[in-house]
Design a protein around this ligand. Structure first.
Ligand code: UDX
Length: 451
C-alpha cells in the first residue's frame, strides 16, 4: 500500500521504515531539510539500533523515499501517518501546534479519499479536532471537499528496541468510527497481525509469536489506551521505587522483593527495577498530559500525582546520598556514568542523570561524565559539567562514582584499575546494575537503591 509518514522522529521514522520493510511504498516527510538529506543518503539522524540497515535496504528496493514537502506525501499516498512531536507545555498540557500545522497542510493537499492516522500521542478527543482542522483548511484552501477518515493508532515503541516492538508488538490498537478505514488499516497491518513477514536478519526474536492481538475501538478509547498504558508503567516504576525507599529503612533487598513480586502473573517482573526514576520523551509527557486532562474536568488524579512526585523525589534522593557520603560536596569531584535517559538511545529528554548532575553542580561539586553514545553536551546540562572521552577519564580522581544509565558496557569496567584512580572508593549505583557483593569484596563502599 502507499503510505506517507509525516514527522521522522523516534516514532515516525521507525514506523515508516518498518512499513516499507514489510512491503509498502513509503514516503517519510519532515520539515527539516538537513534531516531529509541525511536520510536520502541512507544516514540515520537518530540512534536506534538496527534502523540504518533497514533504511539502506529499503532505499535500495525503491520502497522508501524521503521528502520535506507534505503535499508530495499526501498526493502519493492513501494512508497518511501524523507522527510529529506533542511536547509538554509548562502547565503539562500537550503542545499540539505541530499537529495543527500538519493537519492544515494535509487539508490543503488532500485530493482524494485518505486515511489520516494519529500516531503521535495526542490528548483524548484530538482525533475529532484533527478532523476539524483538515476540513477547515480544505474549505479555506478552496479544495473540493473530498472524504477522509481519521484513525487513532497509538504506538507502544520503546526507544532502543523500537524495531522489535514494531515487528513483534504485544497488540495493535486501531480507533475509528469508519468501517472502511478500519478495514484498510487491518490490511496494512496484516503481515504484522499474522506475523507473516521476513524478519530482516532472518532470525526471529520471538519465534513462538503466532498472531498479534488486534484491538478495534473508538477514537477516544484508543487514545486513552496509550495514555493509560504509559501512566500505568510509570506508576509501576514509582511504586517499586517507593518500596525500595522503605526497603532501605528496614534492611530488605528490593531486587529480591521485585523478583518475589514479579512471579505473580498478575504483577509481572518487567518494569519493577528500582532506580533513579523514569525520564524520556514519553512517560513524563504522557503522565503530565493525562493529569492535565483530568484537571480540566475538575478531577484530582491522585495516583498520577503520586507517581509524578515519587519520581521527582527519587532523582533528588541520589543527591541526598552524595551528601550523606561526602558531607561537604563543594569542591569534590563526582563521576557520573551515563547521560541518556536509558541505555541504547541517544535521547536525553528528562534524563534523571541531567537533573542529578545539575543539582550536584549547584552544590559546588566538579562533575565529570561519560556516555557511550551521547557525545555533545545536552542544552539542559549545565556548562560546568565535563564530558569525558571514556569512563576512566571521568572516574580518574573522583571522590564518588554514580551510575546513572545502565549501559551494558559499564558492566565490563576494570574495577581494579578504577580503585587505584579514585580519591575515595564510593559507588552509588543508581540502577542497581553492578554486582554489589563483588564490589564490596574489592573494598568499594557500595550504595544501591533499596538494597
Ligand atoms: C516508553 C514505553 O515503554 C513505550 O511503550 C512507549 O511507547 C514510550 O514510552 P521509553 O520511554 O522508550 O518507552 O522507555 P522505557 O523503556 O519504557 O523506560 C522509560 C523510563 O523508565 C526510563 O527512564 C527507564 O530508565 C525507566 N525504567 C524502566 C525504570 O526506572 N525501571 C524499570 O523497571 C523500567
Amino acid at each position: 500500500m502507499k503510505v506517507s509518514v509525516i514527522g521522522t522522529g523516534y516514532v515516525g521514522l521507525v514506523t515508516g521504515v518498518c512499513l516499507a520493510e514489510i512491503g509498502n511504498e513509503v514516503i517519510c516527510v519532515d520539515k527539516i531539510k538537513e534531516k531529509i538529506d541525511m536520510l536520502k543518503n541512507g544516514q540515520c539522524p537518530i540512534y536506534e539500533p538496527g534502523l540504518e540497515t533497514i533504511i539502506k535496504n529499503n532505499i535500495k528496493r525503491g520502497r522508501l523515499k524521503f521528502s520535506h514537502k507534505i503535499e508530495e506525501g499526501v498526493k502519493q499516498s492513501e494512508i497518511i501517518f501524523i507522527s510529529v512531536g506533542t511536547p509538554s507545555l509548562p502547565n503539562g498540557q500537550a503542545d499540539l501546534s505541530f499537529v495543527e500545522q500538519v493537519a492544515k497542510e494535509i487539508g490543503k493537499s488532500i485530493d482524494s479519499y485518505k486515511i489520516i492516522v494519529n500516531k503521535s500521542t495526542v490528548p483524548i478527543g484530538s482525533g475529532d479536532w484533527v478532523s476539524m482542522m483538515i476540513s477547515e483548511s480544505m474549505e479555506t484552501g478552496n479544495n473540493k471537499k473530498v472524504s477522509f477518515d481519521v484513525v487513532s493508532n497509538p504506538e507502544f515503541l520503546r526507544e532502543g528496541s523500537a524495531i522489535e516492538d514494531t515487528f513483534f508488538p504485544d497488540r495493535i490498537v486501531i480507533g475509528s468510527s469508519s468501517k472502511k478505514a478500519i478495514t484498510i488499516m487491518i490490511e496494512l497491518y496484516k503481515p504484522l497481525l499474522e506475523q507473516d513477514f521476513e524478519w530482516p536478519d532472518s532470525k526471529r526474536l520471538v519465534p513462538e509469536v503466532q498472531k498479534v492481538p488486534l484491538v478495534v475501538t473508538d477514537l477516544t478509547s484508543a487514545e486513552m489506551i496509550k495514555y493509560a498504558s504509559n501512566s500505568f508503567l510509570a506508576t509501576k516504576i514509582s511504586f517499586i521505587n517507593e518500596i525500595a525507599n522503605i526497603c532501605e529503612k528496614v534492611g530488605a533487598n528490593v531486587t529480591a522483593v521485585a523478583e518475589g513480586m514479579g512471579l505473580d502473573k498478575r504483577i509481572g517482573r518487567l518494569f519493577l527495577n528500582a532506580g533513579i526514576g523514569w525520564g524520556g520523551s514519553c512517560f513524563p509527557k504522557d503522565v503530565a498530559a493525562l493529569t492535565y486532562i483530568a484537571n480540566e474536568y475538575g478531577m484530582t488524579p491522585q495516583m498520577l500525582n503520586a507517581a509524578i512526585s515519587v519520581n521527582k523525589e527519587q532523582k533528588l534522593k541520589i543527591i541526598k546520598k552524595v551528601q550523606d557520603e561526602l558531607k561537604i560536596v563543594k569542591g569534590k569531584t563526582i563521576a557520573v556514568l551515563g547521560i541518556a535517559f536509558k541505555p541504547d538511545t541517544d535521547d536525553v529528554r528528562d534524563a534523571p542523570s541531567i537533573s542529578i548532575m545539575n543539582g550536584l553542580s549547584n552544590l559546588g561539586a566538579k562533575i565529570k561524565t561519560y556516555d557511550p553514545i551521547v557525545k555533545n553536551k545536552p542544552d539542559s546540562l549545565t556548562d560546568r559539567v565535563k564530558i569525558c572521552k571514556d569512563a576512566y577519564e571521568a572516574i580518574d580522581g573522583a571522590d564518588i562514582l554514580i551510575l546513572a544509565t545502565e549501559w551494558r558496557q559499564f558492566a565490563d569496567l576494570d574495577f581494579d584499575k578504577i580503585k587505584k584512580t579514585m580519591n575515595h572508593n564510593i559507588i552509588i549505583d543508581g540502577r542497581n546494575f553492578f554486582n554489589k557483593e563483588k564490589l564490596q569484596d574489592m573494598g568499594f563502599r557500595y550504595i544501591g537503591i533499596g538494597r
